[in-house]
Design a protein around this ligand. Structure first.
Ligand SMILES: [Fe+2]
Length: 253
């Protein structure tokens, strides 16, 4: 398969994919029409499917215009049928569907919004996590509970370590600063800092990372790390309490 990263708006990423065997083309979370249309025109001149992880405008902003131009089918979570513009196919948790010969699986991950889903390609070892899991961070909890977000992140954490993570925003550098502040003795973070700085310096996305990499570095998956508990002065707190404290601190970081 082919995968193109399309930078949109200030710091969003949309993802254009093509199944080579059938020349089927899909886009994940088209933030806005122009940059997505430009890339589609340049590469494939067609768009069969639009996949939305959640209803926020910076993930569905291109839906209507792209559908109108290319006659694409729009897929989103069933509970968000009223909030995803021009939705055609309502997906359920655990449902599998095809983009050409690529087999996608829906993973329901509420917290950032109540209808948030991830798209998982098991064979290709790729997951599109929208605004739930970022590189070195996680999304704000706008609609769900801390417990829901915690459970959702753990669902993603349990995917195979080599799975590549494509998320909705380029927030990695800011997230790194937060991880370093509250997990100062994590040497993996120092190594990651060099890689991130080199990519940013040359104007490249810091995406994708991998599940293994995130488990080593992303503080929102490291609620049981004694160094983190120490830094928060919460040595006897539960995993959920640590996660909750971290999420609150990050909101004002
Ligand atoms: Fe969002």
């Amino acid at each position: 398969m082919q995968l193109e990263i399309i930078p949109c708006l200030n710091d969003n990423y949309s993802y254009l994919i093509k199944d080579d065997q059938t020349s089927t083309v899909a886009i994940i979370d088209p933030s806005e029409f122009d940059p997505c249309d430009k890339k589609i025109n340049q590469k494939y001149k067609k768009l069969d499917f639009i996949l939305n992880t959640h209803h926020h405008f910076d993930h569905v902003g291109g839906n209507a215009e792209l559908k109108k131009k290319y006659g694409s089918k729009i897929l989103g979570f069933e509970q968000d049928k009223k909030r995803i513009p021009e939705i055609d196919v309502q997906l359920k948790d655990g449902q599998e569907f095809k983009v050409g010969n690529l087999n996608f699986k829906v993973i329901y991950i509420p917290g950032h919004t109540l209808g948030h889903i991830a798209f998982y390609l098991e064979k290709e070892k790729i997951v599109f996590t929208g605004d739930t899991l970022f590189s070195l961070g996680c999304g704000r909890i706008f609609e769900g509970t801390y417990q829901q977000m915690f459970n959702s992140l753990n669902k993603i954490k349990n995917l195979p370590g080599e799975t590549k993570i494509y998320c909705g925003h380029e927030y990695t550098k800011n997230n790194l600063g937060f991880c370093l502040k509250f997990n100062p003795n994590n040497n993996h973070l120092r190594d990651k800092e060099k890689l991130i700085d080199a990519k940013i310096k040359t104007g490249k996305p810091t995406i994708p990372s991998t599940i293994k990499d995130e488990i080593q570095t992303n503080i929102f998956l490291r609620y049981d790390d004694l160094d983190v508990k120490d830094a928060l002065n919460l040595k006897n707190a539960s995993d959920l309490e640590i996660f909750t404290k971290l999420r609150d601190l990050k909101d004002n970081f």
